[in-house]
Design a protein around this ligand. Sequence first.
Ligand SMILES: O=C(CO)[C@H](O)[C@H](O)COP(=O)(O)O
Length: 217
Amino acid sequence: MSVKIAPSILASDFANLQKEIEMLNASETDYIHVDIMDGVFVPNISFGIPVTEAVKRHAKKPLDVHLMIVNPDQYLEAFKNAGAAIISVHYEACTHLHRTLQAIKQLGCKAGVALNPHTSVELLKDVINDIDLVCIMSVNPGFGGQKFIEQTYPKVKRLKEIILEHGASTEIEIDGGVNKDNAPLLRAAGADVLVAGSFVFNSPDPIQTIKTLKAIE
Ligand SMILES: O=C(CO)[C@H](O)[C@H](O)COP(=O)(O)O
């Protein structure tokens, strides 16, 4: 199966959001990555439920909602109702991760867990069969356009081993600083989904850029 591409609308032109979503609909985008930042879990505020609803009204691709917020349990239903197909919570924001994953699934969404760069993939072993997607942060969350952290590669490799050891079907997603140079190496390490914000939206031809990423073996 080819690598999945999830453009992050954090880097899109918010004043022309409908146009940006229509561009993604016309591209080889697999998931539309929606970054929710609360100014507490991360040092930035992006947007929330009404904007997610607005994206959903135009999107023809599944919404991959990445909650960079404290107390994510409080908002799972609201994001499901806003149109999320996948909801990822941060490992670092969950006291009862297993319970949170079950709650996401009971809503009918795929359950994701995001890991900050300092968080070991080993911590997911006991719940790996309950996770549909692990989002490995390859930058410190909070801002687009940051430099890719090279230590991500061994993390991806180790997570892939854990998934195979447990017979799980979890997807590995990489988020932060993804570009055409690191994408083939991430794919070779075991990545299934590549999130790309700046690299897609700051390029002269985003549809072609998505195609280029999608073609990576
Ligand atoms: O979660 C994020 C930031 O916290 C973004 O999705 C991520 O940074 C992608 O943007 P870019 O490709 O520009 O690095």
